[in-house]
Unconditional design. Structure first.
Length: 76
């Protein structure tokens, strides 16, 4: 999944001129939150009751990465 996120970022920032990518994940979804961390996304906060699952609403984390952050990471 980590490689897929990196590939999507590369395509979005390079080919589509996107400025910001966000990842939203349940606060309890450690795997998804770790993917965002490993890909150097910035933790923006928690959206309370922001995700509807089968058993009701749950808090979700919001992670973001800006194009200039991506370019700086690639330059290193």
């Amino acid at each position: 999944m980590h490689r897929a996120v990196l590939a999507i970022c590369d395509i979005a920032f390079t080919d589509y001129d996107i400025n910001k990518i966000e990842i939203h994940a349940s606060v309890k979804n450690d795997s998804s939150n770790n993917v965002a961390k490993k890909a150097s996304f910035h933790f923006d906060g928690i959206h309370r009751a922001g995700e509807l699952l089968q058993d009701g609403f749950h808090d979700s984390t919001i992670w973001s990465l800006l194009r200039d952050e991506w370019q700086n990471k690639k330059a290193r």
